[in-house]
Write a protein that binds this ligand. Structure first.
Ligand SMILES: [Zn+2]
Length: 292
């Protein structure tokens, strides 16, 4: 895909380095893919060590929101966008459905903002994950609820197509019944994509699929809009979040992401070992009833 920071033709203005305003020729979407927001890691979301780098503290998240607000774009819902019209948008998304989502949703609502919460439906009601009433509460606050698959498979793009479709269908149907409305949006668990993963979303009727690729230009694949995201880590500076919301720094984020994807492809056995032993160990203990 072409660089999001290439020279642009006349259109809707956006801020550039130094506060200058440059035109944007297309619908440009700066999306952020958060996970849990908590100071104590034991109470929310996945308990595996691989989840810790993705956790933001309450204070850091508040600074992020201030930095985004300073950029002048109010975070919206993807369902409210006119993706074929030139404009600049900011979207906030939250993966996994950990219990900290209630705090996150309240923080957004206090600013009059809306977010997207992507739920692993097989984990609804587990100790560190949202229960049904909490998911309904988030929806009642105006946030969008979507699928993050049913079981959060370790390496999504390694699944056979039939299994991908099954993960989407089951999760979509659980949420549709819970909220009494169609589930039309999802995010890819683990962020491992392939052409097949992108195609699988449209094949089950999903209209929006969020990836972990730092793209700002939406793509249309099989009837589904594919959106990129920047994934904040525990150590990401809020100033960087603010810059990305102003469309600065996506090129370097994409280079880093490409390097990681290349390393995974070059060392697949190492990646599988990492996923199996770092991202799963504590969740198995949780499933077995151990105290964490
Ligand atoms: Zn996830």
């Amino acid at each position: 895909m072409s660089s999001p920071e290439r020279p642009v033709a006349p259109g809707t203005p956006s801020r550039r380095r130094g506060g200058a305003v440059a035109p944007v020729p297309r619908c440009t979407v700066a999306s952020f893919g958060y996970h849990d927001v908590a100071d104590e890691p034991g109470g929310t979301g996945f308990q595996r060590s691989g989840a810790l780098p993705y956790r933001r503290t309450v204070a850091a998240f508040a600074r992020d929101l201030d930095a985004i607000a300073a950029g002048g774009c109010v975070p919206e819902l993807v369902t409210d966008l006119e993706i074929d019209r030139p404009a600049r948008h900011v979207l906030l998304t939250f993966d996994d459905g950990g219990r900290s989502a209630v705090h996150i949703g309240d923080e957004l609502a206090a600013r009059g903002w809306k977010g997207h919460f992507f739920i692993v439906t097989s984990l609804i009601g587990r100790r560190t994950f949202l229960d049904s009433s909490e998911i309904r509460y988030l929806r009642s606050c105006g946030h969008l609820i979507g699928s993050h698959s049913h079981t959060h498979p370790d390496i999504f793009n390694a699944l056979p197509r039939a299994r991908m479709l099954d993960e989407w269908r089951v999760s979509r149907d659980v949420l549709a019944e819970l909220l009494d409305e169609p589930c039309i949006a999802a995010s890819v668990p683990g962020g491992d994509i392939s052409p097949l993963v992108l195609e699988s979303a449209g094949a089950v009727g999903l209209q929006y699929l969020f990836t972990s690729e730092p793209w700002v230009l939406p793509r249309h694949v099989g009837g589904c809009w594919i959106l990129g995201r920047f994934i904040p880590k525990a150590w990401t500076r809020s100033a960087r979040i603010g810059a990305l919301a102003r469309l600065q720094g996506w090129r370097s984020a994409l280079l880093v992401r490409r390097a990681k994807v290349f390393a995974r492809a070059a060392l697949p056995s190492v990646y599988r070992y990492y996923v199996a032993h770092i991202t799963r160990e504590c969740d198995q203990a949780e499933a077995d009833g151990s105290t964490l």
